[in-house]
Design a protein. Structure first.
Length: 258
């Protein structure tokens, strides 16, 4: 189960935790004010600045990293489209008798590549499509090598085989990139700092006659939404922020393989 699938529950708990710790902080502050009216808030500003500075830094760090990985995944789709398209065009160098078989394998290969990501979040179906991709890679490579040997044309193999190698390598790169995420410790630290900040927010609001629910709920909502968006951006195949539009490049390429 991915972090994004747990995100609604985790963010709900984070929201409630912020509300609860804000109230805890307010009560601690009220007790301190009752015991020491003049010194209760001395030095609190420096602590607040430190904690919220760290929260802002960590939010910026995690969001920037997630956005960079999101753009990288879109760029890799474009690169794969270009590599497959180049290899497809270079099939014209093969003897006419060998082209129908390998072109059929190419069509199946591209269908498998699309199914690998379209089938998510069904991991079983995605893994099956990925396994089919690996089998087709072996078949395409063997067919190309055999055709080159029959044609006895060194230029053919030096032009076609590198294009196939690029096509296969980018598939492996995309698979590896899809599994690249920050360590869970980063998210744990972010949540811990947000909760610490909630306690300080509550402490700072102590002394008023009425609870400032607008401030408490507003801080909780903004913090929770920010954390959720970062997590959603990390999993662009599962959430609201998606890279599906980039797949249209592969779909358009498949439509030209007639």
């Amino acid at each position: 189960m991915s972090l994004l699938q747990l995100a609604p529950l985790l963010c709900s708990l984070l929201f409630l935790g912020i509300i609860g710790l804000t109230e805890v902080g307010r009560r601690i502050g009220a007790a301190r004010l009752a015991a020491d009216p003049e010194g209760a808030h001395k030095g609190v500003g420096a602590v607040e600045a430190s904690v919220f500075g760290l929260v802002g830094l960590l939010l910026a760090f995690t969001f920037s990293g997630a956005a960079a990985r999101f753009d990288q995944r879109r760029d890799l789709i474009m690169q794969e489209t270009n590599f497959i398209g180049t290899a497809w065009l270079r099939l014209d160098l093969l003897p006419a008798s060998d082209q129908p078989t390998i072109r059929g394998l190419f069509r199946s290969y591209l269908d498998a590549r699309l199914d690998t990501y379209r089938s998510l979040p069904d991991l079983v179906a995605s893994q099956a499509a990925s396994a089919r991709t690996a089998q087709l890679q072996t078949q395409i490579w063997q067919q190309a090598v055999n055709a080159g040997e029959r044609a006895r044309s060194p230029p053919l193999t030096t032009v076609l085989l590198p294009a196939l190698n690029d096509m296969f390598d980018i598939a492996a790169t995309r698979a590896a990139t899809a599994r690249m995420h920050p360590p869970a410790t980063i998210y744990a630290m972010l949540v811990a700092l947000v909760l610490a900040g909630a306690t300080l927010v509550g402490y700072a609001m102590a002394g008023g006659r009425e609870r400032k629910w607008l401030h408490s709920v507003g801080f909780a909502l903004v913090s929770t939404v920010a954390v959720y968006v970062i997590i959603d951006l990390e999993y662009p195949r599962l959430g609201f922020i998606r890279v599906d539009a980039a797949d249209e490049m592969l779909v358009n390429l498949r439509s030209t393989m007639q």
